[in-house]
Design a protein around this ligand. Structure first.
Ligand code: ATP
Length: 530
């Protein structure tokens, strides 16, 4: 507490830290106060600090505060034995609660305490971080101003601070100090995120002038997300993914968990998904989580899955029954097979686009015209690594056609990539949803997720090898990058899901026109495999 000099760059001014953590008020060094004045000032400041502390504690920790209040009241009424009894009873209750229901105990007692402690930490350390980072401007009244925390939205694992920037400090200048901020606040990471949406009634929203509608970034403000703890540290069991009943929402397929504790869902309708990760990063878990969640739709016939597994079926072969067609590229004609597979799919995309033209802009999956999920386990092997240049050109052309034409008529490519290089990532912009798991170098992050993703907090190179399945997701049209972890299915789970959800017979008109030299399922009535 008190007044402290912050350095020669402040031209001999003195920063008064009692003035609070949001704005540094400046007092002239030469200004003198009487001793009585100082004492009063100190008392007022102390009283204010105590009130904020007590009220803040009671507001954020209602259960411990109520217990303390009860004990205090018993003591005040001269009932020390009753107070001792209450203390012992409360202690026994707390221990029993902790042992019997640790999750609930954490949610109701420990988490509120942590949140309160974080608020205290922001208050205590904010001004110091701003000053240390020289995020200080002097206005014409010679007041020194630092970015001010205008609002704190708190969650269990992360807080979002709305920070108002004084004139003269840019978002970019502020962003340079995120690491220092994270360290000072004891956070796992600090990131700038888009402005949280504000709820407004529809009638009001529709009447507001669109050109003044709030955008992703608000001028003069930054939204800083500080993450604490890690809800992704533990393996997420994937055996419940397919328990959605018969209905699968293709626009929100469950894959795992986000680092704010919410479910991670991926839209497969009207998009393609690029999935990159170094070897052992957990690409398989993302693919299987998607397939498991799609299980009920596969069985019902509203979705069909085809796949290309250049590893000879090592990855996708486990759940072969789920696939209408799986190319494993293990014979002498592997490259031909892969090219024919892609050309068949591109033709199907053309056919569907023709059918939908003038009738609908996007497909609503049905048994008559099902959604088609195309899993390509190693995208590079069908583009960069086909040795024959003519075949490579054909594969490139077919993949390009499939990616550009397939989205609207319900064909979604999920392409996995182990080694993101410039020549492979030429396809990146055709994948509106991009997922990057652990990568070898920081430079690969932007290649996969898009320019600026690393700067926006996607630190894929820093993901520990001990947490496979953890990664970052970027989606076209969404400014935020989300940290996620895919659920994990054991080999046994995959076999069970494949047996449970294997596709039924295909109705006339509903099958795929994939070139299928050796179908995995014998052709059934109505199957249009050419
Ligand atoms: N989401 C996950 N949660 C927990 N463990 C996982 C997860 N995903 C993968 N693993 C573990 O990591 C190992 C490697 O995962 P996986 O084979 O999916 O990686 P990959 O990226 O497909 O690697 P490669 O490209 O070499 O095939 C798995 O055997 C599994 O034990």
């Amino acid at each position: 507490m008190g007044v402290s000099r912050v350095g020669s760059w402040t031209s001999g001014l003195v920063v008064d830290r009692d003035a609070g953590w949001q704005q540094l008020r400046v007092a002239k060094a030469s200004r003198r106060r009487s001793i009585a004045g100082r004492v009063v000032r100190l008392l007022v400041a102390g009283l204010r600090w105590l009130t904020v502390l007590v009220c803040g504690f009671a507001y954020h920790n209602p259960i411990p505060a109520a217990l303390l209040a009860l004990i205090g009241a018993l003591l005040a009424f001269g009932l020390p034995w009753a107070a001792l009894g209450a203390v012992l009873l409360a202690a026994a209750g707390v221990v029993a609660w902790f042992l019997l229901a640790p999750e609930l105990f954490d949610r109701w007692v420990v988490s509120p305490g942590r949140r309160w402690w974080r608020r205290r930490r922001y208050a205590a350390a904010w001004a110091d971080v701003m000053v240390a980072g020289r995020l200080v401007v002097t206005d014409r009244r010679r007041r020194e101003l630092v970015p001010k925390v205008a609002r704190i939205r708190q969650g269990r694992f992360a807080d979002v601070l709305t920070v108002r920037l004084p004139n003269g400090i840019t978002r970019e200048a502020f962003a340079e100090h995120l690491d220092a901020l994270a360290q000072a606040m004891r956070a796992r990471e600090a990131r700038i995120v888009p402005a949280p949406g504000r709820w407004a009634p529809g009638w009001l929203r529709n009447r507001a002038a669109a050109e003044f509608a709030p955008g992703v970034h608000k001028p003069g403000r930054v939204f800083v997300r500080l993450a604490f703890g890690d809800p992704l540290a533990h393996v997420i069991a994937g055996n419940q993914l397919a328990d959605d009943g018969e209905d699968v929402d293709h626009s929100a397929v469950r894959v795992g968990r986000r680092d704010d504790g919410a479910e991670w869902r991926v839209s497969l309708l009207g998009t393609h998904v690029l999935l990159a990760g170094a070897t052992g990063a957990g690409k398989g878990s993302v693919l299987w989580a998607i397939l498991a969640s799609m299980g009920p739709a596969i069985r019902a016939g509203t979705a069909q899955v085809v796949g290309l597994d250049p590893k000879g079926g090592m990855e996708l072969g486990f759940g072969r029954e789920l696939f209408r067609h799986l190319v494993t590229m293990d014979g002498p004609d592997a490259e031909d097979e892969a090219v024919a597979f892609l050309e068949g799919l591109a033709e199907e995309a053309d056919r569907r686009a023709g059918m939908l033209a003038g009738r609908a802009r996007t497909l609503s999956p049905s048994v008559e015209l099902p959604f088609v999920l195309i899993i390509i386990d190693e995208l590079a092997s069908v583009t960069a690594f086909i040795s024959d240049s003519k075949r490579r050109q054909r594969a490139d052309a077919a993949l390009g056609r499939l990616l550009t034409k397939g989205r609207a008529p319900g064909m979604c490519v999920v392409g996995a990539l182990q080694d993101p290089r410039k020549d492979v990532v030429k396809w990146r912009d055709l994948f509106p949803t991009r997922i990057a798991l652990r990568l070898v170098e920081a430079g690969q992050v932007d290649l996969v997720l898009g320019d600026g993703a690393h700067a926006r907090g996607a630190r894929c190179e820093a993901i520990a090898t001990t947490t496979p399945g953890v990664g970052y997701v970027a989606e076209d049209g969404a400014a935020a990058i989300t940290r996620v972890r895919a659920a994990y299915l054991t080999d046994e789970d995959i076999r069970r899901i494949a047996a449970t959800y294997r596709p039924g017979p295909v109705d006339a008109g509903g099958g795929l026109r994939v070139v299928d030299s050796e179908p995995d399922h014998p052709p059934e009535a109505g199957d249009l495999a050419a």
